[in-house]
Design a binder for this molecule. Sequence first.
Ligand code: NAG
Ligand code: NAG
Ligand code: NAG
Length: 294
Amino acid sequence: MNSFFNSIFLLGIFLFHSLETSFGSVVSTGDFNKDFFVTWSPTHVNTSADGRSRSLKLDQESGSGFASNDMFLFGQIDMPIKLVPGHSAGTVLAFYLTSDQPNRDEIDFEFLGNVSDQPYILQTNVFADGFDDREERIYLWFDPTKDFHTYSILWNLHQIVFMVDSIPIRTYRNHADKGVAYPRWQPMSIKMSLWDGSSWATNGGKDKIDWSKGPFIASFANYTIDACVWKGNARFCRADSSSNWWNKEELSSLTWKQRRWFKWVRRYHLIYDYCQDNKRFQNNLPKECYLSKY
Ligand SMILES: *[C@@H]1O[C@H](CO)[C@@H](O)[C@H](O)[C@H]1NC(C)=O
Ligand SMILES: *[C@@H]1O[C@H](CO)[C@@H](O)[C@H](O)[C@H]1NC(C)=O
Ligand SMILES: *[C@@H]1O[C@H](CO)[C@@H](O)[C@H](O)[C@H]1NC(C)=O
């Protein structure tokens, strides 16, 4: 009798676990208070009463930041951001995924402020297995301080796509079979921070922060996270199952329509690409520079 009930009990636990692990993907709550915690200077972080919008402040006293409660392995994150308006030279707003390990994987958006009426630079970077040096820079085709625009990261087994208002501005493909490091094992958390990058951000560090123009404030709202929540086992997020939508065939490279946009961005808005910097790499560009972007 006892062992019969024991078996039922164990079966129940087993079913419960399978259910839990097969629903690894979350569509976020949209509430900053529920999905994120403040990592840096709570007095400089302001969240609306409904939790749907949040701002970060940088002043002479401190910068600020927050990070996701969960870690993720693959999925998509959409983050609407309104950047610091007016004179923002020297400020850096970062929105990134990071594994925070010594051999870290990281996917970065960094917005480099500027003096009034001059364009921000959007810098992107990818760390794989601790190596970075993969900067690209673009000018945006709109004023990012007037309204919210959505900055997105799609990350799966095949590719990483950086998007601005759904327009792909950069890809980093999985060429691991050709010996190129690709972030594919380490779960990452989502982080946001606003800080003083005076030493390098604007005009190569010549335009410093002017504290008299502060405080500097950037805002976030209505994000979505649809990604595989890390539960200690990469297998669940990598599996070819219907719930792992991010690994779907049609997301394995850019669509034709996306390629057209991608080429438009690269032709008219790209201002720096490490893959074109022969001087820096002494004519020995990283391997991925010779491989397809889609
Ligand atoms: C916080 O944000 C609200 C609007 O969302 C604003 O009215 C208030 O002044 C802000 N508080 C601080 C300390 O910045
Ligand atoms: C700031 O504006 C200047 C002048 O238009 C431009 O050359 C520079 O790339 C802009 N961005 C940064 C981050 O310096
Ligand atoms: C966020 O979404 C809510 C509900 O749709 C909307 O009322 C609000 O204006 C949005 N906020 C921003 C900053 O887009």
